[in-house]
Design a protein around this ligand. Structure first.
Ligand code: 13P
Ligand code: SF4
Length: 302
């Protein structure tokens, strides 16, 4: 990517000078993922790695809730997000006040929150989960009913695998809710041998016609270990470009749904972030204390 080279060099030099680290989600564009990220991964991997970095400054290549999670786990470090408007339709679908109302409506029922939520919401719940451990977290609550928020599709996909009765919120990911079973079946009709792998934020009928469902990291592992001849990644489409660059012998079919929030993070904004030390993520310490416990409980589960 010759056009990106000056940014890549400037970012990597400044990172060293400032003792900064870039944590990038699998949906970041290839030039971020391959050229400036120190660590790449899914939400769970990034949350775990955020606890281990010796750097003084964390730059989050991802959306705002991910930067908040890094700050929760590193209260003493400076966490920067190159564009604080990088939101998430799931995180925006619910507030802490909504969780308090849910608790009034279902007294004593434990509350599990997908990490795609604000710190305000995390502070009100019992535990967090990601798409890679949602089933395990729900079953760890030891309750026959669990409130699961905010993703109704992830909730339905977990419900299909457990006897625990799930009470779901109505949020949805604006990227994954757009995939349909009909479109996947058309790909399958064209090539019956194609492997279809989907993110569990997709509607259940999409998961039903897929060969595998898992977090972004699990999808990448699937491609790298099973080495399918042709694969359809039913998720944000930068990820297919990232995995494609790391895999030989697999042809990627890419239905291109982009996450507009993830795409707000660009090389020029990362550079600006490092130069001007902005935009700093701050969380009220009392709220952070409660929100941190929900994330730590998830990490402790392993
Ligand atoms: P993962 O935890 O699978 O990376 O998912 C995060 C996300 O935002 C998917 O849309
Ligand atoms: Fe949120 Fe969906 Fe974007 Fe992931 S892809 S950050 S869930 S809007």
């Amino acid at each position: 990517w010759p056009f990106h080279a000056p940014y890549v060099k400037a970012i990597n030099d400044l990172k060293k000078e400032r003792n900064a680290v870039i944590l990038a989600h699998n949906y970041q564009t290839p030039e971020i993922y391959n050229c400036v990220a120190d660590v790449v991964g899914d939400s769970l991997q990034l949350a775990k790695l955020a606890t281990k970095t010796p750097a003084d400054i964390i730059i989050q290549g991802g959306v705002h809730f991910m930067a908040e999670t890094s700050k929760l786990l590193n209260p003493g470090k400076t966490v920067l997000i190159p564009d604080s408007k990088a939101g998430c339709s799931l995180a925006e679908s619910i507030t802490g006040a909504d969780v308090r109302l849910l608790r009034q409506r279902y007294p004593g029922v434990p509350v599990v929150a997908y990490v795609n939520t604000s710190a305000d919401v995390k502070a009100e719940v019992d535990i967090c989960c990601t798409s890679s451990n949602a089933l395990k977290v729900v079953e760890s609550m030891g309750s026959d009913r669990v409130i699961f928020l905010p993703d109704r599709y992830l909730a339905m996909n977990v419900q299909a695998q457990t006897k625990v009765k799930i009470i779901a919120w109505h949020g949805a990911c604006e990227v994954h809710e757009r995939f349909t079973a009909e479109e996947l079946l058309r790909y399958r009709a064209d090539d019956p041998s194609i492997q279809i792998i989907a993110h569990p934020e997709c509607p259940p009928e999409v998961i039903e016609v897929s060969d595998f469902a898992g977090s972004t990291a699990a999808m990448i592992d699937f491609v790298k270990t099973k080495k399918p001849k042709r694969v359809l990644l039913v998720t944000e489409c930068s990820m297919a470009s990232n995995v494609e660059a790391e895999t030989k012998g697999t042809e990627f079919v890419k239905p291109c749904n982009l996450c507009p929030h993830m795409k707000r993070i660009t090389l020029p904004k990362i550079l600006e972030s490092l130069v001007y030390m902005r935009e700093e993520v701050t969380i009220d310490p009392a709220l952070a204390e409660r929100a941190r416990r929900s994330v730590e409980r998830m990490i402790e589960l392993g």
